[in-house]
Structure formats: C-alpha cells, structure tokens
Ligand binder design. Structure first.
Ligand code: ADP
Ligand code: MG
Ligand code: MG
Length: 251
C-alpha cells in the first residue's frame, strides 16, 4: 500500500515541466514538498489528478498498486486520491451540500444512496470544526467565496471524502494566521495511519502547524533533496541556492 510516483515526466506543448520525479508516500506519512516558484509543484499535483493541460510522457503513478495515469479525473478520486487546489474551482449552480453528497454517492455501489440524516450530521460537525457558517451548505461551490473561504471549503471536502491520499497545493496561500490554524487543525484531525498526505508549500510557516515526517525539495521538475522536518527550517533560513550548489558540486 502506497502512492508511488516513479520517474514521472510531464509536459505542456513544447516544454517539459516534470523531469523524472520519484516519490513514495506510505499511509500514515505526511510528506511536504517545498520549492521555488515555477519548479513544478502545482504541475505535479495537477498531473496526479489527471488535469488535461499536461501530457505524461513517461513514468508511472501507482495508487496501492493500481496505475492511475490512464484513469479519468473522477476515477482517480473514487480510487482514493484527493487534491486541494492552489486555486479552487467554482461550480456555479451546484450547492456545496449537493456537490459533496454526489461525490460520496459516486463511491457507493450502484443503487445505494447516502443517508441524508447521517450526511448532514457529519457535514455540520466538520463545518463546526472549520468554523464555517451553515450558510455555506446552500451556496454554490466556491462561487463568490473569499480566498480563505475557498481553502476552508477544500478542507471540508477532504474531511467529507476521507481519501486514502490527499494532496494539498499551497493551502496556506492567502490565509491569515487564524484561518491557517483552523485549516491546519482540520488537516491534522484527518491524519491517520490509513491516510497519506502530500503538503505542497512555498513557505515553511504552514509546516509549523502541519508537521511533516519527510520534506522534499523540488527544483526544475525533480526532487533534488530529501530530509526531515528540520530541512524546512533550513530552507526558510537559507533559501534554495545552497541546494543548487550541492547539486552542482555532486554532479
Ligand atoms: P509552482 O507550483 O512550483 O510554482 P508550476 O507547476 O505552477 O510551478 O509551474 C511550473 C512551470 O511550468 C512554470 O514555469 C509555469 O509557468 C509552467 N506551466 C505550468 N502549467 C502551465 C500551463 N498550463 N501552461 C503554460 N505553462 C505552464
Ligand atoms: Mg507558484
Ligand atoms: Mg504552485
């Protein structure tokens, strides 16, 4: 059991962005990826979820042994992969509650339905944890939400869908410190020996609240350095240049 990314190559027309990326996340582990702007962090998360802009030109992604690269976006989600986007999508005309109900129903065997009473009980409990107003259940998904409200809503989806592997792309961006604490608390509540996390961030600050087991540095489409959580502090203090220098020295 693991999410295994092996020698992953992906491109947009005319330009390779991921250049042989390797990463294995076991259930129970929280991995962080840090890296300079433009290194390919969001591309990695989007490729894992099957975003149509990116063509995979090499490598494999195995979710508990099953190759997900040929699966649709929905099938990947049903297989247990979840992505919280850096820029969450708005879905006009679909209420938050109906969206979540439909997503949960899609995971049930054909013909079975969600127990509405249980669903709302769970939904309200999670919203309370995230300090979200009940009015968000009936509002269209992310439409007119502030940046911070969208990020909370992503974590609400994570909490309701209970994926096996969750990828959080710059969930900290645009959050003030109080919202950051609430969002982190939500993520920490979902940490479990049955669930793996990949937390992508440009800043160390988030990792004070969501403490990773393993920290990776992504540069120019490859993981170039891996360490423990102290690595995040070193990157915050020293930037990324020393990683580059070490790479050049080793080459
Ligand atoms: P990060 O999240 O690490 O800041 P991204 O993965 O968003 O980096 O982007 C990596 C590089 O690929 C950047 O130079 C970015 O401009 C480029 N890129 C990513 N997606 C696209 C796209 N759909 N079209 C054009 N360029 C893209
Ligand atoms: Mg960026
Ligand atoms: Mg990004």
């Amino acid at each position: 059991m693991s999410l295994e990314i092996k020698a992953l190559h992906a491109q947009i027309p005319g330009r390779e962005i991921l250049k042989g990326l390797n990463l294995t996340i076991n259930p129970g582990e929280v991995h962080a990826i840090m890296g300079p702007n433009g290194s390919g962090k969001s591309t990695l998360s989007k490729v894992l979820c099957g975003h149509e802009d990116y063509e995979v030109t090499g490598g494999e992604v195995l979710l508990d042994g099953e190759n997900i690269l040929d699966m649709s976006v929905d099938a990947r989600s049903r297989a247990g992969l979840f992505l919280a986007f850096q820029y969450p999508h708005e879905i006009p005309g679909v209420s938050n509650a109906n969206f979540l109900r439909a997503a949960l129903k899609a995971r049930l065997p054909k013909g079975e339905d969600i127990d509405a009473v249980k669903f709302y009980k769970q939904l309200y409990a999670r919203m309370d944890q995230l300090e979200m107003d009940r009015s968000f259940t009936s509002r269209s998904v992310n439409e007119g939400f502030s940046g911070g409200e969208k990020k909370r809503n992503e974590i609400l989806q994570l909490m309701m869908l209970e994926p096996k592997y969750a990828i959080l792309d710059e969930t900290d961006s645009g959050l003030d410190i109080d919202a950051l604490k609430i969002v982190s608390r939500g993520v920490n509540a979902m940490r479990s020996e049955n669930r793996g996390f990949l937390v992508i961030t440009h800043y160390q600050r988030l990792l004070n609240y969501i403490q990773p087991d393993i920290v990776h540095v992504l540069m120019d489409g490859q993981i170039v350095h891996t360490g423990g959580k102290d690595l995040a502090l070193k990157l915050e203090e020293k930037g990324y240049d020393w990683v580059k220098e070490e790479m050049l020295a080793a080459a």
